[in-house]
Design a protein. Structure first.
Length: 134
């Protein structure tokens, strides 16, 4: 028995296939999905979705959205997504360092719009970097 996983971004279908196990980065923490999981809908945070197929784990960087689990079908609708194996790790690491420096430069401006945007950029860069290390 397997799951059917679909990861859809506004501009493309990122993943459409079967999976033995899926780990979602929900806004309340990581959620593991196995065949026979109860139906649910959850908000997806910026983070890394992990999918296991034939005992091998793959990663997909997600940029927030929603996921629905229904009868062994997992549908993930996100603002953006990238397969970890298609992300250039050196570029992702450089982007992460730049985003981290930007956040550090804005210390003391906790509620500023700039700080919020910089933190979101850091979270996205971290997700992309983590997805390269599956």
């Amino acid at each position: 028995m397997a799951l059917t996983l679909r990861v859809l971004a506004p501009d493309k279908s990122v993943f459409d296939g079967s999976a033995e196990e899926v780990i979602l980065p929900s806004t309340t923490g990581l959620v593991g999905i196995l065949p026979g999981h109860i139906s649910m809908v959850t908000a997806i945070d910026i983070g890394v979705l992990r999918v296991r197929n034939n005992g091998i784990w793959d990663s997909i960087a997600l940029m927030g959205g929603f996921a629905e689990v229904e009868s062994d079908d997992v549908t993930v609708l996100v603002n953006g997504a990238e397969l970890g194996k298609k992300i250039d790790s050196s570029s992702a690491e450089r982007d992460f360092e730049e985003a981290k420096n930007q956040v550090n430069q804005l210390e003391g401006k906790e509620n500023s719009t700039e700080k919020v945007k910089a933190q979101e950029s850091l979270n996205k860069a971290r997700a992309r970097l983590q997805a390269t290390k599956s």
